[in-house]
Design a protein around this ligand. Structure first.
Ligand code: 5GP
Ligand code: MG
Ligand code: MG
Length: 185
């Protein structure tokens, strides 16, 4: 899908990041990760479904051996805000005992889902647990969980594309953007 097609037919209001900008940033993050985990095994844990694209591009930018596993979680609570009460829909296949774990996320908003996830994974005896997220919203910067790798800090707007959905659509856009208001109404 090229950008023109996306913007005219698929309801994007504004493009925040092009595919090229995203992939470039992920390459920089991958270089940092390579340096930090040199000589250590590394398990990437992707959080379904939003992190699928981030995982694919980040993992392929890593010039080293890496394992990938996936978790699906659902946050209880109504509306668009997460409550921090989380249910596991799909657990990891991998035993985390002694492993260096890097959680791969699409976006951190309140950080409630993530702080639950970190506590959960840390209880499984890993050597370390860190977080890499492509996007971070302002509220997340106030949370007490340290996020080691952040792609972009963005303003408090609802974004879609590159894995991120609105009602399960737009995940397959190559870029990240804000939705036109007419989509909501
Ligand atoms: P948190 O627990 O950090 O508030 O929620 C994070 C989750 O909320 C993300 O994994 C994502 O599923 C969803 N989310 C938060 N902000 C956005 C956004 O701007 N766009 C989309 N599509 N999903 C978002
Ligand atoms: Mg996510
Ligand atoms: Mg969603």
């Amino acid at each position: 899908m090229d950008l023109k097609h996306v913007e005219s037919d698929l309801d994007l209001d504004q493009t925040l990041f092009t595919e090229e900008q995203i992939v470039d940033r992920l390459k920089q993050m991958a270089a940092q990760i390579e340096a930090d985990y040199e000589g250590k095994d590394l398990l990437l844990v992707g959080v379904l479904k939003g992190a699928v694209m981030v995982m694919a591009d980040l993992a392929r930018s890593l010039d080293r051996h890496v394992e990938m596993d996936w978790m699906a979680v659902s946050s209880y609570g109504s509306g668009t805000k997460s409550s921090g009460v989380v249910r596991i829909l799909k657990d990891l296949d991998t035993d985390l005992n002694g492993r260096h774990v890097l959680i791969v996320e699409d976006i951190i908003d309140t950080g409630l889902t993530l702080s639950w996830l970190i506590t959960n994974l840390r209880s499984r005896g890993p050597a370390s647990v860190e977080i890499a997220t492509l996007l971070r919203k302002p509220e997340a910067q106030q949370m007490d969980v340290e996020v080691k790798y952040v792609g972009f800090d963005i303003p408090n707007a609802f974004v879609v594309g590159y894995g991120l959905d609105y009602d399960e659509r737009y995940r397959n856009l190559r870029c990240i953007g804000t939705l036109s208001p007419h989509v909501y109404s």
